[in-house]
Design a protein around this ligand. Structure first.
Ligand code: CDP
Length: 227
């Protein structure tokens, strides 16, 4: 049987990590895990419970009362669950996006999520996207991709996505949110987004989804073959 590997995809907010990760997982028959969805689900819980996300002790306490998991939907795509209920749609709103980076910088939150992520990746065959997948979660991942795109392209993509969903947002508010999250995610003390020299960099500002997929698939095949 062909060797299974883990693929880590890290990078800035809204640069298409999820799209590529899903396509790779489908083509390889691997499991796709959106680690950002887990931090978003924790944030949703804090907002619902009225927990001040800047109060680390309150967040840590509330964390003990929640369960994060995944279920497969009718299209066989995984959806994140909060206390057993899918929250896939709710976690994408701007209220959650506004607070998620504050929650994700808290060490107790990261420790819980990383333990879950590692358990999922234990038997290999996982494509996981996030900020610290190749540096902290799976430092031994056989293929690590670092994705990036220009801020204007990223803001426009996320704006189009949310408008298509019927959300009432402006391009300016999206651009501000991406900038806010990028700054916190790359400068926080715990597991910051960091480009180390074992990543392959993929700037997709001017790449079609197909071209990006072909490039990444080629790297994946080489990694599976052990090159
Ligand atoms: O999809 P988008 O690029 O907007 O972000 P996401 O992957 O859904 O992640 C949301 C937020 O979760 C990020 O801005 C980070 O603050 C946090 N995150 C993290 O800290 N570590 C990860 N492995 C994944 C996400």
């Amino acid at each position: 049987m062909e060797k299974k590997i883990n693929i880590a995809i890290d990078g800035y907010s809204s640069c298409g990590k999820g799209t590529l990760a899903k396509a790779l997982a489908k083509a390889l028959g691997y499991v796709f895990i959106d680690s950002g969805a887990m931090y978003r689900a924790v944030t949703l819980h804090m907002l619902r419970a009225g927990v001040d996300v800047n109060d680390e002790t309150a967040v840590s306490d509330a964390l003990n009362a929640l369960q994060i998991g995944f279920v497969n939907n009718a299209d066989n795509l995984s959806e994140v669950t909060l206390n057993g209920v899918s929250v896939e749609s709710e976690i994408r709103n701007i209220e959650v996006a506004a607070k998620v980076s504050e929650v994700a910088k808290i060490q107790s939150v990261r420790t819980r999520m990383v333990a879950l992520q590692r358990a999922i990746g234990q038997s290999k065959g996982v494509v996981m996207d996030g900020r610290d997948i190749g540096t902290v979660v799976f430092p031994e991942a056989e293929l690590k991709l670092f994705m990036t795109a220009s801020p204007a392209v990223r803001a426009q993509r996320r704006f189009d996505e949310l408008i298509a969903k019927g959300d009432d947002v402006t391009l300016e508010s999206i651009a501000e949110n991406l900038q806010h999250r990028d700054l916190i995610d790359a400068s926080r003390e715990n597991s910051p987004l960091t480009l180390t020299n074992d990543y392959r960099v993929l700037d997709n500002s001017d790449l079609s989804k197909e071209a990006q997929f072909d490039l990444a698939m080629d790297w994946a095949k080489k990694a599976i073959a052990g090159n």
